[in-house]
Design a protein around this ligand. Structure first.
Ligand code: VG1
Ligand code: CO
Length: 541
């Protein structure tokens, strides 16, 4: 066996964002680019000798090439074993499940999530810690710091490993286990939800469509929904993972999951629709002619959690990211449990989950999850909804409307301005930071709070600053501004708008109409048109 030590020089910008390092495939194809980053990970996570690593990805272009390189580098750095999903496939939540179940020394997930795939599109890589969750900021900062001074990496000289058949093989003395990426995950889902009740609901005529968007959840959804739960063949749409996701954005929202939206429209539409993203951690949930916002979804699932066997004992707490609507807070209050508000990104939920402070977590960006793993989990959310539907036997729309009538509705929308000039975006944020709004009124509403959100982790005391500009009015309405940390081109400005509506007679309004005045204020205060040249957002969710 030959281990080569290869001389290299650092690359600029190997700084993980909201969820790992995301760049164009072209960037990763530069000689030594991927190798440098992988070596920076291995150098930053402690002694890897004799340890086991999990590796897999969302199946996008470059997944297989990257996995072969990572395997050889793991051997070169002394890992005893790498577990790889068959075909290189492993959803983000399934990776978290396997890391935890087999107590490995974490895992490497290859994904750029909802970003498009293909030779001229995006690729990504992230390290998850032994607890199964995304590396916290301390670790990602160490990886970045290491990447700036790296001079060499270690790699085994060996032939590529066959990833397409299950079994154990060896690479330069290191064990490689190619495992079924679905089995452990499906077993975990079965332990949490009432599969018998869901199977009976399908047998009794409950109709659903699941859009895998040609991304990683295809095999999972087919095995679980059509296999274990007996939903008819064809329930899963776009179920075969493709390297370019069929040319689309594997982003489960009303814009990109248009096949699903169309399928759920009209009197003959199925009762329930759902979609997941590139790496399987996001979910969108629809009823017939009805869209459930992710913030509402978290709130409804929290309010109905005890219908599911895995949560029958009740919830310890709920956690939501700051820009997520405050709908879950109202449920937490009613249940008498705490609700935590964290910065954007799942890595901030890890300590709360590990410490047993929260059971359910969620983000407005179509992310929902629980303490069963340490990632958001698309199919888990879909199964939880199915469990609730099987138990309540009511349409999705009726369940959500009844929820609003009981708790009030947090009317909510997010406006994204994608691919804007980075300098203009930074200037806009600086402008917002510099304003003195408290004590003034905007559109007739007094501003009660205006700050740049900072978070002190209640478990480990770590502090994260500059996590989004908040403008909160005296009636509790909010406007939040952030720049995306997952994009690969220019900047993306996200504007989050929210208002509480207690009156059931007014709760059915289109959010764009109900929030029109706040949307206008949000544009004006930030001078969005003047600073970005955009008169309309690229995506509204
Ligand atoms: C976005 C979402 C954030 C999510 C992150 C990763 O980040 O807003 O809520 O955690 O994507 O999700 P940003 O920085 O672009 O706003 V995923 O499914 O891309 O791993
Ligand atoms: Co994702």
């Amino acid at each position: 066996m030959t281990i080569r030590t290869v001389a290299t020089t650092p690359f600029e910008g190997q700084k993980p964002g909201t969820s790992g390092l995301r760049k164009k495939v072209r960037a990763f194809q530069q000689p030594h680019y991927l190798e440098n980053f992988v070596q920076a990970i291995f150098d930053s996570i402690g002694d890897v000798a004799g340890k086991t690593l999990v590796v897999g990805g969302d199946g996008r272009y470059y997944n297989r090439v990257a996995i072969q390189t990572i395997l050889k580098m793991a051997a070169g750095n002394g890992f005893a074993k790498v577990m790889v999903g068959r075909g290189g496939i492993l959803s983000t939540p399934a990776a978290s499940c396997v890391i935890r179940k087999y107590r490995t020394f974490g895992g490497i997930i290859l994904s750029a999530s909802h970003n498009p795939g293909g030779p001229s599109e995006d690729f990504g890589i992230k390290y998850n810690i032994p607890a199964g969750g995304p590396a916290p900021e301390g670790v990602t900062e160490a990886i970045h710091a290491r990447s700036t001074i790296l001079r060499e990496y270690r790699i085994a000289e060996a032939a590529d490993v066959d990833l397409d058949s299950l079994g154990n093989r060896s690479l330069a003395g290191m064990a490689v286990e190619v495992f079924d990426p679905v089995a452990d995950y499906a077993e975990l889902m079965r332990s949490l939800f009432d599969f018998d009740a869901i199977r009976a609901a399908f047998a009794g005529g409950l109709r659903m469509k699941f859009d895998a968007m040609h991304a990683v959840t295809g095999p999972y959804a087919t095995a679980i929904l059509e296999g274990l739960l007996g939903a008819p063949a064809g329930t899963v749409m776009n179920g075969v993972p493709l390297e370019d996701f069929g040319g689309g954005h594997p982003d489960p929202n009303l814009v990109h999951a248009h096949d699903l939206v169309e399928a759920l429209t009209g009197p003959d539409a199925p009762d329930f629709g759902a979609a997941s993203d590139g790496d399987g951690d996001r979910n969108m949930v629809l009823g017939r002619d009805f869209y459930v916002t992710p913030s509402d979804s978290l709130a409804v699932l929290a309010a109905n959690a005890t219908l599911c066997p895995g949560y029958a004992g009740g919830l310890k707490g709920i956690a939501r990211s700051m820009p997520t609507s405050q709908a879950p807070d109202r449920v937490a209050e009613a249940l008498g449990i705490p609700c935590y508000e964290t910065p954007t990104g799942w890595k901030f939920f890890g300590t709360l989950l590990d410490a047993g402070l929260a059971t359910l977590c969620g983000e407005e960006s179509f992310g929902t999850g629980s303490d069963h793993v340490r990632e958001k989990d698309g199919l888990w959310a879909v199964l939880m909804w199915l469990n609730v539907l099987a138990a309540r036997r009511e349409p999705v729309a009726d369940i959500v409307r009844a929820h609003w009538a009981r708790f009030g509705r947090n009317v909510y929308s997010r406006h994204d301005y994608e691919g804007i000039d980075s300098a203009a975006a930074n200037g806009l944020m600086e402008h917002l930071r510099g304003l003195k709004l408290v004590g003034t009124s905007l559109g007739g509403s007094p501003v009660a709070l205006h700050d740049d959100f900072a978070y002190t982790d209640p478990v480990d005391g770590s502090v994260s600053t500059r996590q989004g500009i908040r403008i909160v009015f005296s009636d509790g309405s909010r406007i939040v501004y952030r720049l995306s940390g997952t994009g690969t081109e220019g900047a993306t400005l996200r504007v989050y708008i929210e208002r509480f509506e207690p009156d059931p007679a007014k709760q059915d309004l289109d959010p764009q109409v109900a929030l029109a005045d706040l949307i206008g204020i949000a544009r004006e205060v930030a001078a969005i048109v003047a600073r970005t040249g955009r008169t309309e957002p690229s995506v509204i969710t």
